[in-house]
Design a protein around this ligand. Structure first.
Ligand SMILES: Cc1cc2nc3c(=O)[nH]c(=O)nc-3n(C[C@H](O)[C@H](O)[C@H](O)COP(=O)(O)OP(=O)(O)OC[C@H]3O[C@@H](n4cnc5c(N)ncnc54)[C@H](O)[C@@H]3O)c2cc1C
Ligand SMILES: NC(=O)c1ccc[n+]([C@@H]2O[C@H](COP(=O)([O-])OP(=O)(O)OC[C@H]3O[C@@H](n4cnc5c(N)ncnc54)[C@H](OP(=O)(O)O)[C@@H]3O)[C@@H](O)[C@H]2O)c1
Length: 555
């Protein structure tokens, strides 16, 4: 074991990846988790007085497919459907923890109260970590900022660590818009942070506020339980994207590297608008914002389309005030007799328990690879999972964990200050400014590729092409899977990763049938045409490659 001591704060997806990758490089991390279970948002005890993490509600279906939200070296079970339910996600991360024996490293019911530099930090880079049993420190989201008093700190357990990996989650403090009259609204006021199920709203007149993922999902979920139409106030409007696209494909399987690097924003927007319009006339019905999809809020649809078309969910414009239990909207429309209002208006982050000079400016932190504070002398503290963007955070989180584990054990050279500043600038440039709490939406697939390049695990076309030309084309023109980051470089496993890529590329849906599991494959004709195209493209590329190698060897 290496002599470096590592503290991981939080045992959600990021914490688990961090423990696993640290173990892999020979470290023996200690993880503090304030809850009594691992999994973060996927298992949090939402009713507990101590949790500072929102929770996936009972009926939640993931907005990312299993191909991009599972880790690169641990596949979801064969019979896992493309989109997972909350229990399926919980089960996946639990089996990941068991498989890699991560649970022995987790100290449950322990809250990290403060992380601060040791007095000799400038020489050693070490950190003091103060912890206490969760039961002794109440407050949850009602006490944002965790102002810790000296006497409280004195009662805490103090340890010194060489490295601290902050995996405490990005969605911490529920945000409420300033709505006149809300203070005197007589009904129930909730935030999606505390939402569990629509059962609690049976028979009630519910108003959902928001225009993004939570708002769409929760309006739909509540409408399953109350016979009264649910009002959904969209504020600045939204785009509703189908989860399932043509041929039964999960939406995120349409993102190829070719589109990512050769396409442009206008093309993406045209494609996205086409998808949205294919199910519901956004423009005619006026629900679309004045910004194109890449720059506006959006939600995932499927069920909500039908709810809107049957008036089970009624779209309202900007909520401007409450007059008692009457909600008044910008257009002058009113809904009276509102029993409950659910704010799905987002979160802000909270890293106030760390004494470090990194501020969160509307969701943006000055971090190399959204991970390493640029202004720190030592690379001994890193944030994992502090990202919001297009794609699945887990994919980027795993690469962050692989990166930091290699960096702290000297397997990777530390980035220079100049390189870090350039990296921050580059991420800022590729991010898209949008409305909302998290102003910067990071294209997560580009971020993954960026980190993968630094670790040396980027799936380079030509290097793959020389071993398997068809796979090289799949990696460039096909969907992006996590397993692609195990094809080349350190800790790669070509055979396994290759098999996963082929299988993931083939299978569109996996259904359980009375006769067993049935995999429905792509339409034979399309597949045959695809293969012919690939063969032709491979032959041409082979000739180009041979010509290039010949040219290189002569010059
Ligand atoms: C409602 C909802 C639905 C989502 N759906 C999807 C989806 O479908 N697909 C997807 O890819 N992503 C989804 N996400 C994003 C999701 O947040 C990430 O994918 C990922 O689960 C984040 O993991 P994390 O470990 O960074 O944070 P968290 O899951 O928040 O875990 C942080 C952990 O740290 C612990 N902790 C916090 N502070 C302390 C402390 N001071 N001391 C000790 N422990 C502490 C918490 O108790 C928690 O267990 C969703 C997010 C939300 C809110
Ligand atoms: N099924 C799933 O997998 C699922 C479900 C829910 C959430 N999530 C995840 O959870 C994270 C958080 O999502 P979220 O939807 O809770 O938060 P979010 O994406 O931050 O969205 C909050 C939205 O509230 C809007 N808003 C603010 N004030 C408003 C008002 N007065 N009226 C109407 N809208 C208002 C903001 O839009 P403006 O600034 O434009 O007003 C913003 O778009 C995301 O990463 C998402 O992927 C996933």
């Amino acid at each position: 074991m290496s002599s470096q001591s590592v503290c991981v704060v939080g045992a959600g997806v990021a914490g688990l990846a961090a423990i696993k990758e640290c173990k892999h490089v020979g470290l023996d991390p200690v993880c503090y988790e304030l809850n009594s279970d691992l999994g973060g948002i996927w298992t949090s005890d939402r009713d507990g007085p101590t949790s500072n993490t929102p929770c996936a509600w009972d009926n939640l279906i993931t907005n990312t497919s299993k191909f991009i939200m599972t880790f690169s070296d641990f596949n979801a079970a064969e019979d896992t459907p493309p989109y997972m339910t909350r229990p399926a996600v919980t089960e996946y991360f639990r089996s990941y923890a068991e498989h890699f024996r991560l649970t022995d490293h987790i100290r449950y019911n322990t809250r990290v109260i403060k992380v601060r530099k040791t007095t000799d930090h400038s020489l050693t880079g070490k950190w003091e970590v103060f912890t206490c049993p969760t039961s002794e420190f109440h407050g949850g989201d009602k006490r944002p900022g965790l102002e810790v008093h000296q006497e409280e700190l004195a009662r805490c357990h103090k340890e010194v660590f060489d490295v601290v990996l902050v995996c405490s989650g990005y969605f911490k403090i529920p945000q409420y818009p300033d709505i006149p009259g809300l203070d005197s609204f007589p009904g129930v006021v909730k935030h999606s942070f505390h939402y569990k199920s629509g059962i609690a709203f049976q028979g009630q007149k519910v108003l959902v506020v928001g225009n993004s993922f939570s708002a769409g999902d929760i309006a739909n979920d509540v409408s399953l339980y109350t016979e009264k139409p649910v009002d959904l106030t969209l504020g600045k409007g939204t785009w509703i994207l189908p989860r399932v696209q043509s041929g039964g494909c999960p939406a995120d399987r349409n993102n190829s590297r070719n589109d990512l690097y050769r396409g442009n924003e206008e093309k993406s927007n045209n494609r996205l608008i086409e998808y949205c319009q294919s199910r519901l006339d956004h423009i005619g019905s006026g629900i679309n914002p004045d910004q194109p999809p890449t720059r506006a809020a959006y939600m995932l649809g499927d069920e909500i389309y039908l709810k809107i078309l049957t008036d089970r969910v009624r779209i309202k414009d900007q909520l401007v005030r409450f007059d008692g239990s009457t909600a008044v909207f910008k257009s002058g429309m009113k809904t009276s007799g509102v029993d409950a209002v659910i704010f799905c208006t987002g979160y802000t982050g909270d890293i106030s328990f760390i004494e470090i000079d990194v501020s969160i400016d509307r969701g943006r932190m000055e971090l190399h690879n959204l991970m390493l504070p640029v202004n720190e002398k030592h690379h001994t503290l890193a944030f994992l999972g502090f990202l919001v963007g297009d794609g699945a955070p887990a994919q980027a989180i795993e690469l962050q964990a692989r990166y930091i584990a290699r960096l702290i054990t000297g397997k990777l050279a530390p980035p220079s200050k100049k390189a870090m500043k350039e990296n921050v600038e580059m991420i800022k440039n590729i991010s898209i400014m949008r409305n909302g709490m998290f102003t910067y939406k990071v294209p997560l697939l580009k971020l993954c590729d960026l980190i993968a390049c630094e670790i040396g695990v980027y799936p380079y076309f030509w290097r793959i092409f020389l071993r398997d030309p068809v796979l090289a084309f799949m990696v460039w023109y096909g969907p992006i899977f996590t397993a692609q980051y195990r094809l080349l470089g350190p800790d790669s496993d070509w055979d396994t990763a290759r098999a996963v890529c082929y299988r993931a590329n083939d299978v569109i849906t996996a259904n359980a049938s009375p006769r067993g599991k049935v995999n429905i494959k792509r339409d034979d004709v399309t597949a045959a045409r695809g293969k012919q195209f690939l063969l032709l493209a491979c032959s041409i590329s082979m000739l180009v490659a041979l010509g290039y190698m010949n040219y290189e060897s002569r010059s």
